[in-house]
Design a protein around this ligand. Structure first.
Ligand code: ZN
Ligand code: ZN
Length: 359
């Protein structure tokens, strides 16, 4: 170097290896630096819970952390005596050596993505999410990150649906048609999330109460307690008793587990519908068992999965629940994409470092 020459500080790309901030263990996703699990498969000391669905929120952990708006649902599901701390969306808090915050996932009430920051690295665990409008919960927030662990329930190109329908109006029209035929309209959908979303979608339309299966009542109360505007409801059992089983022209919401002969006989003359993203699949068992389907999904479709991954700016992506199509597609876009089992520390090592821009 010449004396007095100015060293060049141009951008350079360097590959830096650091162990995974979130690793995959027998108990599920684990953040060692923060001392907590995310949606653990069993009982642990500290569980950060993305949302209250049973494949994410399980009993037995000593301490739970979740979004404040999802706290009531978690207690409804896991028991009032659990130790649970709720945080507002975007409020950051320290867990061990990691800065953590929860961000709306738009999946069901209180559903959260988990953002973890350690040194200069940011990871986001998506949990279940969707981008569509849903009046029963906060909208999805795009969170910039280096590494994104994404769910991919509908991670193949055949799952693409229109985001335009007004589900409330569609259901209300179907209800009216059934009514005019002297029939009841029965919608089967999951007790947590789907039932309350349908009630929220119906809120601008419903002129009389929807009859609600008893298993959905407590969860629906949690939504009302969080200020969500839902169509009025009455208890289905009471309505059946009072009408002496001669209901007609009613809209009834019940879980798929209620579909059995005795239940059906008590409902009198009715047509049934199932509400789910799975209604798009002709192979779905559900599509043949019901008179019609409403494609109402609480997960992102193929287009929204890809759009979301792109918008996070993540250089490295781990895909949960599904392999194959999405990973291949992301790699074609130049994204370093892998299945979640590459979060097992020994396998993660094989991926080498991430490319970092150093200035
Ligand atoms: Zn879920
Ligand atoms: Zn799930």
């Amino acid at each position: 170097m010449q004396t007095g020459a100015v060293p060049a500080y141009s951008a350079s790309i360097m590959s830096i290896y650091s162990p995974p901030l979130v690793s995959l263990t027998a108990q599920g996703l684990y953040c060692e630096a923060g001392g907590f699990y995310i949606d653990p498969r069993g009982a642990v000391d500290c569980a950060v819970i993305t949302h209250a669905h049973s494949d994410h929120a399980r009993r037995g952990s000593a301490r739970y952390i979740c979004a404040e708006t999802g706290r009531g649902l978690l207690m409804e599901r896991l028991g009032k005596r659990i130790s649970v701390q709720g945080y507002a969306f975007r409020e950051s808090f320290q867990m061990g050596r990691v800065r953590v915050s929860l961000h709306s996932a738009g999946h069901i009430l209180g559903s959260a993505q988990v953002r973890l920051q350690h040194d200069n690295e940011v990871w986001v665990v998506s949990g279940d999410y969707k981008r569509e409008r849903d009046p029963s919960c906060d909208p999805f927030e795009v969170v910039y990150c280096d590494v994104f662990i994404t769910e991919a329930t509908f991670g193949t190109p055949r799952y693409v649906w229109s985001k335009l329908p007004d589900h409330g109006r569609d259901i209300y029209e179907w209800w009216n048609i059934m009514s005019s035929l002297g029939k009841n309209a029965v919608i089967f959908g999951y007790s947590l999330g789907k039932a309350q979303r349908i009630l929220a979608e119906l809120y601008p339309y419903a002129r009389k109460p929807v009859l609600l299966h008893r298993t959905m009542a407590g969860l629906t109360d949690c939504y009302r307690a969080e200020g969500k505007l839902l169509a009025p409801t009455v208890d289905l059992e009471n309505a059946l008793d009072e009408s002496e089983h001669r209901l007609t022209g009613e809209l009834i919401l019940a879980p798929p587990s209620a579909v059995h002969q005795e239940f059906a006989q008590r409902l009198g003359s009715f047509e049934s519908a199932f509400a789910s993203g799975w209604m798009l699949s002709s192979l779905s068992q559900s599509s043949s068992r019901y008179d019609r389907g409403f494609v109402i999904s609480d997960h992102a479709d193929w287009d929204d999965l890809n759009r979301t991954i792109c918008e996070t700016g993540a250089q490295r992506v781990f895909v949960q629940h599904r392999k194959g199509a999405l990973i291949r597609h992301l790699r074609q876009q130049g994204i370093d994409a892998h299945s979640e089992d590459f979060l097992i520390p020994e396998k993660y090592k094989r991926l080498g470092g991430r490319a970092l821009s150093l200035w």
